[in-house]
Ligand binder design. Structure first.
Ligand SMILES: *[C@@H]1O[C@H](CO)[C@@H](O)[C@H](O)[C@H]1NC(C)=O
Length: 312
């Protein structure tokens, strides 16, 4: 009995010490070439592709990158893992106001509002002592980037100040960065992307090829929702291009979709967020495959175990 109590106490102490560690900073410096391009963006350039992080704008630890690229043999990291989700759909955030004009601050709040309008998400002002984990929006000049999913403590999300609808201050680029923080990767990393797009490897800048990885189905899921060319999380046709030629070519009919659009959330973007965070309100589409069915079943079991064990 004493043994069990000791083990429990030790486990609780260990958990608490993990919680109170400051969050490590994995932001890498952007390149001078990217910084130059960020100052002179063309109409088709996306600032988030030029921000110097993994796949342009995702801040990741070296071990996370290794897991993603190597295929995660232990299962359960990234988007699928519940521990990276915001509990109760509440996302506390705060803006480092001295970095921004009042118009820019308004725009950041507007992006959060756009997300709230179509989902059950609740973006709330961060309050010290009330919230432990929260997004800290800053305006350094390195581009636009975010961590993926909820991390421990204060997690930075950066948006280089610009005029509304330019660079990082396109409203749906801000939404894009918030969606990373919610736990979403880029659309063209989808496990099944090769059925939908052809990557033109010879047009990709040398050394940037691993921006076009796909991730296995243990790591990410689309929640049974079909590949979405019009996603706000999709790269543009010319992402990481050597000379402006296409690097991503659609293999199916695009319909009305434009790859790399940042003017709205697509219906499927909204459906994916709701499938991840709001499975009861409104209802997600029915599971489209057996894998998806088992994924949901497994998810339910995880929740149950989590609820039981979190009481100790
Ligand atoms: C861009 O580079 C690729 C690979 O070298 C080449 O095949 C293509 O023709 C080039 N396109 C343009 C527009 O220069």
């Amino acid at each position: 009995m004493i043994k069990i109590i000791c083990i429990c106490t030790f486990a609780i102490l260990a958990l608490n010490s993990v919680r109170s560690l400051p969050m490590p900073d994995y932001v890498v410096p952007n390149t001078p070439e990217n910084l130059e391009r960020l100052k002179n963006l063309g109409p088709d350039d996306l600032a988030e592709e030029l921000s110097g992080q993994f796949e342009g704008d995702m801040v990741m630890s070296p071990s996370e990158i290794a897991q993603l690229i190597g295929g995660n043999k232990n299962g359960k990291t990234g988007l699928i893992a519940e521990r990276f989700r915001w509990p109760d759909n509440i996302i506390p955030y705060t803006i480092n106001e001295e970095d921004f004009s009042s118009a820019q601050i308004h725009y950041i709040h507007l992006a959060a509002e756009r997300l709230m309008e179509v989902t059950c998400l609740k973006f709330v002002p961060y309050r010290e002592g009330v919230h432990t984990n929260y997004i800290w929006v800053t305006g350094e000049n390195s581009g636009c980037w975010s961590y993926v999913g909820m991390r421990n403590g204060r997690q930075q999300l950066n948006l280089t100040p610009n005029n509304p609808e330019v660079g990082c201050f396109r409203l749906y680029t801000i939404v894009h960065e918030f969606m990373h923080a919610l736990g979403f990767y880029h659309m063209q990393s989808a496990t099944e992307r090769d059925e939908y797009v052809r990557i033109v490897w010879e047009n990709i800048q040398a050394g940037t090829q691993n921006n076009f990885n796909t991730y296995d189905a243990q790591t990410i899921t689309q929640f049974g929702i079909e590949y979405d060319y019009g996603s706000v999380m999709h790269y543009s046709r010319t992402a990481f291009s050597i000379n402006g030629s296409d690097t991503i070519v659609a293999l199916k009919d695009l319909g009305d979709s434009i790859m790399g659009q940042r003017v709205r959330m697509s219906d499927k973007d909204i459906a994916r967020i709701n499938a991840m965070y709001c499975p009861l309100s409104p209802r997600p589409p029915p599971p489209q495959s057996l894998t998806e069915f088992f994924y949901r079943l497994n998810n339910g079991m995880n929740k149950l175990f989590y609820n039981i064990f979190s009481r100790f």
